[in-house]
Design a binder for this molecule. Structure first.
Ligand code: ADP
Length: 152
């Protein structure tokens, strides 16, 4: 059986921190499905279509990574994609309680296990919201956005 993980998030935009989680998750899974979630409570800079397109281009040469948009529960996306795992990144103690509650709920609802990776220290202060703010004020964010991945 294929070991499939979904990596859910808003990815508005997808940063080098997100790319690092995918990179480090790949040795653990046969396939990672990046799920671009539509969160009505968050004001978005990029449309879901733009986000899916940008992330898909990054991984165009890697058949182990797919990108989909979803607007229902993460656990429903996991089941649709036949995924037994949810991949998440943990930046700080601030993320911890929220992630624990969601992980417990997803295990209870759908028997899907969450795998958390600690953020690499040099990425721990990078968040989509900070990058969005820099973009809004016309700053160069090249260093925070990942470049297309070469063929594995
Ligand atoms: P969400 O709205 O679900 O938190 P995000 O797009 O902000 O969506 O994040 C998606 C996932 O990526 C989360 O698990 C988050 O903790 C993780 N993440 C965000 N920024 C970083 C980073 N700089 N390094 C590692 N993981 C990160």
């Amino acid at each position: 059986m294929k070991r499939i993980a979904i990596f859910p998030g808003s990815f508005d935009p997808f940063t080098v921190g997100h790319a690092s989680i995918v990179e480090r998750g790949l040795p653990m899974f046969d396939e990672i499905v990046i799920g671009v979630g539509l969160n009505e409570n968050k004001r978005a800079l990029y449309s879901p279509e733009e986000r899916v397109r940008a992330i898909s281009e990054l991984y165009a040469d890697d058949p182990r990574v797919r990108v989909v948009a979803y607007d229902d529960l993460t656990i429903d996306l996991a089941h649709r994609e036949n995924a037994s795992f949810i991949l998440r990144g943990l930046r700080s103690v601030k993320d911890f309680e929220y992630e624990r509650d969601i992980a417990n709920m997803n295990f209870r609802l759908g028997n899907v296990e969450t795998v958390m990776l600690f953020t690499e220290p040099h990425y721990s202060s990078i968040s989509s919201s900070v990058v969005r703010e820099l973009i809004a004020f016309g700053k160069d964010v090249t260093d925070f956005l990942p470049q297309r991945k070469p063929k594995p």
